[in-house]
Design a protein around this ligand. Structure first.
Ligand code: PMP
Length: 325
């Protein structure tokens, strides 16, 4: 019949979508991997399932246990769904600079949400460190640790990468992707380069993050400024990213990403979050650099529904000097 058996089996095997205007403008074939069509609504469903499954396999997560994570939101949403499907509880620590909608979705899913002040990773009150400490203090709890747990990138090495290779019939020339934990870019790039080592891997970074500098200079120093994007950018090199095979990096500004999100919405009917705007901008830039005739793949990370009060609120954008053209 081709039916999928329940929530877990619905994760992955997402369509590859040709982005029409981007392809026509560049003479390349630009495709987006439709990660927003995962059952929890984002690219993080795959990573969350691989990490929970790993905890089940190594015995740290037992029936009725609690899954704890620090997350900008999408990993938490994925974990909350998976915990419901597998009979676990979930406790999610989130920094207070994330959208209100993500907190509401998490609470609706039944997760216990703890919103904590946004402080750097080096501060002991950082949301990831609080999640770690809480898990250690609670019997039967596991800390997922998505940034340094390499079951995250394994998800993309074992599923997203092979799917892209098959769906493009091996014709992909470049994979272009913004980075949070690094799981997506590392897993996909490492898999694709094993198939054909010339395939280019391009890291996209937002402003106020250290990853562009890391790829271009080898040192993870933060770039000046801030970004409205959510789920991407980082101040440090995670275990998932550390030995990823990345060829070059590009920075994408918030204004470019916002304009792209609205262009995709108005001209092609898509409703995406800001990291997808970054990704499509990057894919277009890479297509221009490589020249016509190439095949570029990026990720369509999540939909716009969680960003109604931010990305899709024009006053909110204007207060931050961003406009919709
Ligand atoms: N886009 C969104 C919307 C995300 O939530 C995330 C995950 N934080 C990413 C992109 C980046 O994915 P990764 O963690 O695999 O680098």
């Amino acid at each position: 019949m081709g039916a999928r058996n329940g929530f877990i089996e619905t994760i992955g095997d997402t369509p590859l979508i040709r982005l029409q205007a981007a392809s026509e403008a560049t003479g390349c074939e630009i495709y987006g991997k439709a990660e927003f069509l995962n059952p929890g609504g984002s690219v993080k469903d795959r990573a969350a399932w691989w990490m929970v499954r790993e905890a089940e396999k190594n015995g740290s997560l037992q029936p009725g246990g609690t899954v704890v994570e620090g997350t900008a939101g999408n990993t938490g949403i994925a974990i909350a769904h998976i915990c419901n499907a597998r009979g676990y509880s979930s406790v999610i620590y989130m920094p207070d600079n994330q959208s209100r909608e993500k907190v509401e979705v998490l609470e609706s899913l039944g997760a216990e949400v703890r919103v904590v002040p946004t402080v750097p990773y080096t501060n002991e009150m950082n949301y990831q460190k609080q999640a770690d400490r809480f898990a250690q203090s609670l019997d039967g709890a596991v800390w997922v640790n998505q940034f340094d747990n390499t079951a995250n990138r394994l998800a993309h090495y074992e599923s997203t990468g092979p799917e892209i290779w098959e769906q493009t019939e091996g014709r992909v020339d470049a994979f272009v992707c913004a980075v949070g934990t690094g799981g997506t870019i590392a897993g996909v790039s490492n898999y694709l380069k094993e198939q054909r080592k010339e395939i280019q891997s391009v890291l996209l970074d937002c402003i106020g993050s250290a990853l562009y500098n890391f790829i271009t200079t080898g040192t993870a120093t933060m770039s000046e400024g801030t970004s409205i994007t959510e789920g991407i950018g980082n101040s440090r090199i995670t275990d998932n990213l550390a030995d990823a095979k990345i060829d070059w990096a590009l920075q994408v500004s918030d204004q470019e990403a916002v304009s792209m999100v609205y262009k995709l919405l108005r001209e092609e009917g898509w409703f995406f979050g800001s990291s997808t705007g970054v990704n499509v901008c990057g894919a277009v830039e890479v297509a221009r650099k490589l020249g016509p005739g190439h095949t570029i793949v990026t990720a369509l990370c999540d939909g716009g529904g969680k960003y109604l009060s931010s990305l899709f609120n024009k006053e909110w954008l204007a207060e931050r000097g961003l406009f919709v053209n």
